[in-house]
Design a protein around this ligand. Structure first.
Ligand code: RP5
Length: 163
């Protein structure tokens, strides 16, 4: 994986359009940090050829991949099997099992193929983790992430207030 300006970009992928209300948080967070991204729907089960095409070519275009999926959530792990670009999995909350199914499907990877997994619906943290990885490659991203952390710390009041 050779890094250049072109692949200092995050891929945001998700198994279905129904995941977008959660995965949009990735776009919002990355936009705030001025990190480029590209968003696509790729289903491991319903569009397997799209997934293989994406995974096999990911290193040419992206330095981090965020993959959101729900239920029998094979997308992050399968993409990770096709590329050495780091993959962050976002387990999407489901109606029947509240996302525990998604969490375990993404998190319990076999030795040799890692996926960094965030909390159920933890799309913002996925973007912040992607930003941390990008910060090693891009000075502007590093400065923006450090600024975000400082302002987050400042926003936390010392004393609680009754609402
Ligand atoms: C998964 O199945 C998707 O990631 C989504 O979370 C879930 C349900 O998909 P839809 O039936 O809403 O398309 O593949």
């Amino acid at each position: 994986m050779t890094l250049n300006k072109k692949n200092i970009k995050v891929a945001i992928v998700m198994g279905s359009n129904s995941d977008y209300s959660v995965m949009r948080e990735c776009e919002i967070a990355l936009k705030k940090l001025s990190i480029k991204y590209d968003t696509q729907i790729i289903s491991a089960h319903r569009t397997p050829s799209r997934m293989f095409e994406f995974g096999n070519n990911a290193a040419k275009k992206y330095s981090v991949i965020i993959a959101g999926a729900g239920g029998s959530a094979h997308l992050p792990g399968m993409i990770a099997s096709l590329t050495i670009v780091p993959v962050i999995g976002v387990p999407i909350e489901t109606k029947k099992l509240k996302g525990l199914d998604s969490l375990l499907s993404i998190n319990q990877m076999p030795k040799g193929i890692p996926v960094a997994t965030v909390a159920i619906n933890g799309a913002t943290n996925a973007a912040l983790l992607a930003a941390s990885i990008i910060s090693n490659l891009d000075k502007k991203a590093k400065v923006n992430l450090e600024r975000f952390r400082r302002s987050q710390t400042k926003s936390i009041k010392k004393r609680p207030k009754q609402k």
